[in-house]
Design a protein. Structure first.
Length: 96
């Protein structure tokens, strides 16, 4: 019974974290990897290859990389990093 209760608590905590991420407009690396359900190392590879839409704040190694949740949603649906058309946005809205 305790094991079941522990699993339920873990699931609830995971859902709470997910809801916090979904309500955020901008995501950092940790939040984006959780949102996309990929590892941080995979996310860094996508960033360095220019394969995922990002917004950089600052310059060099101290730059903070942020992700627009909406752009990530469009990226998932269309596979594009930029140049989203009205049709792409409508397609993403029906998917989301």
């Amino acid at each position: 019974m305790e094991a079941l209760l522990k699993k339920l608590i873990e699931k609830i905590e995971c859902l709470e974290q997910s809801l916090q991420v979904q309500n955020s407009t901008w995501l950092d690396i940790s939040e984006a990897s959780e949102y996309l359900k990929i590892s941080k190392s995979k996310l860094y590879k996508l960033i360095s290859g220019g394969d995922i839409p990002t917004k950089r704040i600052g310059k060099g190694k101290n730059a903070k990389v942020l992700f627009s949740r909406r752009s990530l949603d469009l990226w998932i649906v269309t596979g594009k990093t930029s140049g989203f058309t009205k049709q792409d946005r409508q397609k993403a809205q029906t998917w989301i």
